[in-house]
Ligand binder design. Structure first.
Ligand code: CTP
Ligand code: CA
Length: 229
């Protein structure tokens, strides 16, 4: 952890962090999910607490224990995540969307288990889009001056895709990391570039997810609205 982590520069602030992956049920025993471990979001929650913030962590599927001193809300689907994050964001100074939100969900939830039928191929699964929570948070700031941060994992043209995504989402900061075999998913470390809407670019060298988390807060803190606290 960097020396700035000790500063308690988030004292009196309320931050909302989403973490982990969402799961979109197909039937009672199956879901569409993703590989997010939740570790980066949990690191953001822990470091924010260490810097004095009140933290609400909206957590999708993870195997991680609740971090100390954090208000944890567990959710399953992207729509549940949206509801929980929007509610918590109503009184937040900053919202960081580190969750891996399923872009699509099965159009229909089958209430009974889907069974094999002898000699038949399965029915195709039709998917529909989930709401874009980050875009919604960015467009409709619950409070003036609220800081909204997104994450993006890209495999190709990382910076160009990141810049385009930042503009499309309308958030203040976008943490972009390159995903590959040994990067990001499930590993203890992370490497990223943090893009800001004002054009600033902050590279974060490979290191513990806490370091990336602290660098995110370093960039969030000076952008927070100068409100009563
Ligand atoms: N996100 C969100 N709601 C969604 C999808 C993504 O809030 N339905 C958020 C993620 O939490 C993340 C950011 O948006 O902070 C970027 O996610 P990403 O999957 O990279 O962006 P997408 O717009 O879904 O683009 P892509 O087609 O590349 O997946
Ligand atoms: Ca996506």
């Amino acid at each position: 952890r960097g020396p700035r982590a000790a500063e308690r520069d988030l004292a009196g602030r309320h931050v909302v962090v989403s973490a982990g992956g969402t799961r979109e049920p197909l039937d009672p025993v199956r879901y569409l999910g993703n590989r997010s471990s939740g570790m980066q979001g949990y690191a953001l929650a822990r470091t924010a607490v260490a810097r004095g913030a009140r933290v609400t962590l909206v957590a999708g599927n993870t195997e991680l224990p609740d971090p100390a001193g954090v208000d944890v809300i567990r959710i399953g689907t992207a729509r549940q995540l949206r509801e929980a994050v929007l509610k918590a964001a109503a009184e937040a100074d900053a919202v960081v969307m580190a969750a891996a939100v399923a872009d699509f969900r099965p159009a229909v939830y089958t209430t009974g288990k889907i069974k094999k039928i002898d000699g038949q191929e399965p029915e195709p699964v039709t998917l529909v889009r989930n709401p874009d929570i980050l875009a919604e948070l960015s467009a409709e700031r619950a409070r003036p001056g609220q800081v909204v941060v997104g994450f993006a994992a890209e495999t190709d043209d990382v910076l160009a895709n990141g810049r385009a995504k930042l503009a499309r989402k309308g958030c203040d900061l976008l943490v972009v990391n390159e995903v590959g075999e040994h990067k990001a998913f499930g590993s203890a470390g992370n490497e990223a570039v943090i893009l800001a809407a004002d054009g600033a670019e902050t590279p974060v060298p490979y290191g513990p997810k806490e370091d990336l988390a602290d660098t995110v807060w370093d960039l969030v803190a000076p952008r927070l609205a100068d409100t009563e606290r």
